[in-house]
Design a protein around this ligand. Sequence first.
Ligand code: ZN
Ligand code: MN
Length: 479
Amino acid sequence: MSARWETVVGLEVHAQLLTRTKLFCGCPTSAGAPPNVQVCAVCLGLPGALPAANREAIVLGVRAALALGLTVHEESVFARKSYFYPDLPKGYQISQFERPLATGGQLDLETSAGPRRVTLQRLHLEEDAGKSVHGHGGDSLVDLNRAGVPLAEIVSAPDLRSGEEAATYLRALRDVLVFQGVNDGNLESGSFRCDANVSVRRQGSDTLGTRVELKNLNSFRFVQRAIEAEARRQVALLEAGAAVDAETRSYDPEADRTASLRGKEEAHDYRYFPDPDLPPLRVDEALLEAARAGLGESPAALRARWTEGLGVPAAAARTLASHPRIAEFFQRALALGADARRAAAWIPTEVLRGAEIDGLAATFRVTPEQVTELLALVEEGVLSGKQAKDLQLEVEGTDASPRAIAEGRGLRVVADEAALAALCDELIAGAERQVAAYRKGQRGVLGWFVGQAMQRTRGAADPRLVTRLLTERLDKPAS
Ligand code: ZN
Ligand code: MN
């Protein structure tokens, strides 16, 4: 895209709150049931049925708002948003409009262009609609199991400047919600959904262009690519002297293009008004307390604590703070006495290799106890890194103690300095060419020597000791 144009993006995220029951009735929210069994008079919108707000959903909504630094309002109001669609049996969605649950927060991002603070305009509660299932012969069917499932809608200011930044924002937002246990962060299943408002303007301009809403972006990659494709389309239109229409569009990943769905509705099209069946929502001290009680440390705070306090490298800290169960694994290992840096190097590769992550749940093939023992055995010089990896493969899926196995086998690192010194002498005597290269300044050759020593001892040598012995010999001037 021409550098004379700037992309402006604001995102609306719908995050399913992880309650057992729906927002205004007692129907279960679990997925996978046959169509239209998790329904009642309230969520079917039968005449005369009365909704009652679910306290669990409000607690989770307030917790999300607090974690994102929004101001939670003591009183907010449920409103009816009227529109017609087959999956909306009442003819309106219960949402919040003029008086949302919370307003005015922020989310800090690290982007390729440096740190960026994104303003969060609001977080409000609303119910989900049902689902139209197309393609039953020529028919479309409706499943209302999802109708009435609680959602938090989180709206950002138009602070994002590229598809990449939008994807970064979404990941950061998802991490916060997942860490607080309010959402499972699953884009594919639709429990974390994103619409993007995209416009373009000339570089340096401070007025906003006409915005287009992109619907149903169900992966981080599609969010980025859809925004990029839409920005290119808008720039081409404007450079050709045409105008951008305010409309709602969808993204076709195959063609890498957006296509018009419908004209954009304005707020007045929905005829919002306060729902007369629901009293104003009051967030009292007891409710705030319940929300605060479950408030955990944010991924950003964990990363800062681990990098600044424990010397964990930033990349490892990002991986360890990418999921609450991974963070727990790391923290448990620390509590058991594992060295922070060793654990931070080991877990992202050796533990996550066999891990299965599904929403908020994660299954690991080893336990923090086993990993802590393995790392201690390495630190004590009983095992080399290579032997520890092999031993981990053996204990995966069992509750066996690596220490007991290592001791039972009499495993130990060759840390016998005299034996290793003799080996180093032998290696150096047999590698004249490499020795000469090293002494001419090719310091990388040292790695080759260490590799030879490890090979000759089948990985059992203490690599630190070998490195020291080799360096001492190689750095001696040729006699
Ligand atoms: Zn129901
Ligand atoms: Mn909404």
